[in-house]
Design a protein around this ligand. Structure first.
Ligand code: ADP
Ligand code: F6P
Length: 469
């Protein structure tokens, strides 16, 4: 068994399971923030990534990607339902996102979630060399830190939550709240997107587990757990180099021609998820068209909504509602050869996504709740000049960093409409000042800075531990 000094454990491997039959395997990133973020730092790092390959049934061996080893995990049909679609994405996901959709508490799912977490912990323990660092990712694997601590007391354990951690009154609804909190606090370092999350966890650790401490350290069972905010980011250099590629530049020009050179383009790019506020923005756009405040001859919207978690009922019904609404808006306001919205329910490769970002006059990012939202950062990085406006929900983690976006409360449809109009009407000097400030921020806070900050902090927990009596 080959072992590594750095092991990443995430629900999903960063590529689909359809690697070529000859074993050739290349990064085909699954859409989603976690994969986008970690891909950038791990492609060149000697490490092992433990995760699910994306299909149901047995896991087959996958070749290394550069210096990164892949350790695929199998998930059976029942595990998919109970662990991934059930407890992770129908209980924790909605609860952690402000319960914008009602969380489902199904007692049967818990056992499966626990069993799968145990298997992931065992696999990680197997591939970690003595004294290794194991970095566990996200809400799917919240029990893994504690399970790992029992299996491998010699390793340093990090946990990073990519999604929001809810306020205590919401977390308290969880029937398995004690196990979930204890599981996560099995880590030496628990990282979040926002400082508020660390505050929420500190309160809960006191209330539920009898721990004590504050927003940076929690003392529990004779151990010290470091907590803190490490806002995740993107590979700015990769986006810049993509955005300068002749293919991308030509593709952006072509898209512009196809959409109508004289038109203003509103662009949104999301996984098709109820947390992303897609319906709120469609309502705002539709009302602007209805009231004649924007006209189809001047403005066009492009909504990319990549399919996501399609076997979960709430995602299926969201898709039906969105597609109905897009059809209605095009039916009412579109003209022959001139739709009000282009709706694209498909994955794009990085180059085509970058070309789309370059085509937009206004990027509209309106999640009702989002841990970070990397799309907002990608848009800024993909622009080669200082044009373009970003309309960004206050409820995305990214809003705390991209303060020069046009910030908006997506629940306030009138406010959203006014903000869209303001972004469309902003003059070049205002847009340029905003874009420069946002670009400067992401340049100094890119994915490498994030990984460095997190892994340095994790390393320090080891050193601190060595100095403890
Ligand atoms: P989440 O993690 O909730 O999906 P983020 O905005 O943080 O939200 O991350 C989404 C990631 O998925 C981004 O890196 C984005 O480029 C990628 N993505 C979004 N839509 C598509 C698409 N249609 N095709 C390919 N990648 C996509
Ligand atoms: O960023 C949150 C997240 O759940 C990630 O963990 C995941 O990569 C992404 O959204 C996409 O979700 P899924 O893996 O369920 O397709």
């Amino acid at each position: 068994m080959r072992q590594s000094s750095l092991v990443v454990v995430a629900n999903r491997l960063p590529l689909d399971d359809n690697a070529a039959m000859d074993g050739a395997c290349e990064w085909r990133r699954s859409p989603g923030g976690l994969s986008s973020a970690l891909h950038a730092i791990l492609e060149q790092t000697p490490a092992t990534w433990v995760g699910w390959g994306g299909s149901i049934g047995g896991a087959r061996e996958l070749p290394d990607i550069g210096s990164l080893r892949l350790r695929p995990m199998a998930l059976s049909e029942d595990e998919m339902r109970g662990y991934y679609e059930g407890f992770a994405n129908s209980t924790l996901w909605p609860l952690y996102h402000d319960a914008v959709e009602q969380p489902v508490f199904d007692r049967g799912w818990w056992e499966t979630y626990r069993t799968v977490n145990q298997r992931f912990a065992e696999a990680a323990a197997e591939v970690a060399e003595p004294g290794a660092a194991i970095w566990v990712q996200d809400y799917h694997l919240q029990l893994v830190p504690q399970l790992l601590r029992e299996l491998r007391p010699d390793v340093r354990i990090g946990f990073f939550l990519h999604v929001p951690f809810p306020p205590p009154e919401l977390f308290m609804q969880l029937p398995r709240r004690v196990e979930l909190l204890r599981g996560m606090l099995g880590a030496d370092l628990v990282g979040f997107q926002r400082p508020q999350a660390a505050h929420n966890v500190a309160q809960l650790a006191t209330k539920l587990l009898g721990g004590h401490g504050g927003d940076e350290e929690i003392m529990l069972d004779g151990r010290t757990i470091r907590t803190g905010a490490f806002p995740v980011s993107i590979d700015v250099a990769e986006m810049r180099s993509l955005s300068a590629r002749p293919y991308v530049v030509n593709q952006a020009r072509q898209l512009r021609r196809d959409l109508g050179t004289h038109k203003r383009v509103l662009l949104s790019v999301d996984r098709l998820d109820y947390t992303k506020g897609i319906e709120h923005r469609l309502t705002a756009y539709s009302e602007l068209l209805r009231d004649g405040r924007v006209k189809v001859r001047d403005v066009v919207m492009v909504q990319v909504a990549v399919p996501s978690r399609e076997r979960v009922e709430s995602y299926r019904s969201l898709r039906d509602r969105i597609e109905g609404e897009v059809g209605r808006i095009n039916g009412e306001y579109g003209r022959v050869g001139e739709p009000a919205i282009h709706y694209l329910n498909q994955p794009f490769d990085r180059a085509d996504l970058t070309a789309l970002y370059q085509t937009a006059d206004v990027m509209v990012v309106t999640p009702l709740r989002d841990g970070m939202n990397l799309v907002a950062k990608e848009f800024v990085a993909a622009r080669r000049d200082d044009t373009g406006a970003l309309v960004l929900s206050e409820f995305a983690g990214a809003a705390a960093e991209l303060e020069d976006a046009f910030l908006v409360n997506p629940h306030d449809v009138d406010g959203l409409k006014e903000t869209l109009l303001r972004a469309l009407a902003a003059d070049a000097s205002e847009l340029s000042a905003r874009m420069k400030a946002m670009r400067a921020h992401i340049t100094s806070h890119d994915i490498h800075a994030w990984a460095r900050a997190y892994l340095t902090a994790l390393d320090e927990t080891g050193r601190l531990a060595q100095h403890l009596p």
